[in-house]
Design a binder for this molecule. Structure first.
Ligand SMILES: Cc1ncc(COP(=O)(O)O)c(C=O)c1O
Length: 391
């Protein structure tokens, strides 16, 4: 049996989305910037995709800018807003301590350009509170960026409350909503968001396409310059197959949301209770209440997460330690550090992220394998007595 429990890293392309994309790869291949008839037809399709994405987000179609990834969207928004709005008075950027590396590294790059960068601490539950933001923000602040849902521990932030604090101080608010689809209803207006990022491949859409939702009334400098596509906000030939795929995947995600959430939650709860019953010496990382139902991040005391991952992989169960983006980086997760996990346990964690195609049988098989793996690896653990580290 093969069990894919790494849906937060990427999802399988929905066959209906592939069918939607196919004509734009074969017959309708014209460049959407070309003046001829097929080019103009392609451009009209692009506008339809923007309209569809904007409707789901309760935003404006002209504010939907397509990028090649959420990494690009986050780089564009964070660097672009900071650079365009810097003045003698304003030079501060605030991001949370649990952001994805593409947000953190964008902020670090700005630091090297002379911006003041602050990181909002997280609670032990993995939450970013408005009070913690208040402790750092002032009228020198240009932008605050806090993710809607964390990719490692699945915690959900109250972005509306955070956006209000940012606005009180005249700062803009950006949220990385990559892991929020379709778990949360995203409403740009109601949530008072200025900027937002999405990634197609996290919700059964194609890889290589993302969204930077901007507010055209607010200054932002482009990251990628060239042919002037997207009204100069983002140059580069429109990736129409990817764009059509992303828009359709987003539509399906929200259309089928209710049944999807129910299924994923029931599988995750089953996984959680089976792990709790079958395996001693574990701890769940992050709030179980303010959390998306697809995520379970578990600390297995006295075993290396990497060892569990490799052993499970040999049994056909595919999970991750922390985020996939840091799979080649054996440094402990900055998210788990930020929530204050005991330092002895920083490398003992596994992220299970469930999705549309998982079944109850797969979860049962996973727990069976996990029980065997953890038991066996603990035999080799240098820590002989369970409880030795905890005390
Ligand atoms: C929260 C978050 N932001 C950004 C990204 C980057 O997305 P992309 O793969 O589209 O660059 C990811 C991907 O893991 C993510 O989980």
């Amino acid at each position: 049996m093969q069990v894919y429990l790494d849906n937060a890293a990427t999802t399988r392309l929905d066959p209906r989305v592939l069918a939607k994309m196919k004509p734009y790869l074969t017959t309708k291949y014209a460049n959407a910037s070309s003046i001829h008839k097929p080019g103009q037809e392609a451009y009209l399709e692009l506008l339809k995709a923007k309209k569809s994405v904007a409707k789901i987000l309760n935003g404006e179609p002209e504010n939907v800018i397509f990028t090649a990834s959420a990494t690009e969207a986050n780089n564009f928004i964070i660097k672009g807003v900071a650079r365009a709005n810097k003045s003698g008075q304003k030079n501060k950027i605030i991001v949370s301590a649990i952001e994805h590396p593409c947000v953190r590294e964008s902020a670090r790059e700005l630091e090297s350009e002379g911006f003041q960068v602050e990181f909002i601490p997280a609670t032990a539950e993995g939450l970013i509170t408005p009070d913690a933001l208040r402790g750092l923000i002032d009228d020198k602040t240009i932008l605050v960026s806090v993710m809607m849902v964390n990719n490692e521990i699945g915690t959900v932030q109250d972005v509306t409350a955070l956006a209000r604090v940012a606005h009180e101080f005249g700062a803009y608010f950006h949220t990385d909503a990559v892991q929020a689809v379709p778990y949360l209803e995203i409403d740009i207006k109601r949530m008072e968001l200025d900027f937002l990022s999405l990634s197609g491949h996290k919700f059964y859409g194609p890889k290589g396409v993302g969204v930077a939702y901007i507010d055209r009334r607010k200054k932002i400098r482009p990251l990628i310059v060239g042919g002037g596509q997207e009204d100069n906000y983002r140059s580069g030939t429109y990736n129409l197959p990817g764009i059509m795929g992303l828009a359709y995947a987003l539509e399906l995600a929200y259309k089928e949301r209710k049944a999807y959430l129910k299924k994923v939650k029931s599988l995750r709860d089953h996984l959680l209770s089976a792990i709790q019953e079958e395996i001693p010496g574990i701890q769940i990382n992050g709030s179980l209440i303010d959390r998306v139902p697809a995520n379970l991040n578990v600390m297995f005391g006295y075993v290396e997460g990497e060892a569990i991952l490799i052993d499970l992989s040999q049994k056909g169960v595919y999970v991750s330690t922390g985020s996939a983006c840091s799979a080649t980086n054996l440094k402990a997760s900055h998210v788990l550090r930020a929530i204050g996990l005991n330092k002895n346990f920083l490398n003992s964690n596994i992220r299970f992220s469930l999705g549309r195609f998982n079944t109850r049988q797969e979860i049962d098989y996973t727990v069976k394998c996990l029980k065997d793996t953890v038991k066996r690896l603990r035999k080799f653990s240098p820590v002989k007595k369970i409880g030795q580290i905890l005390n």
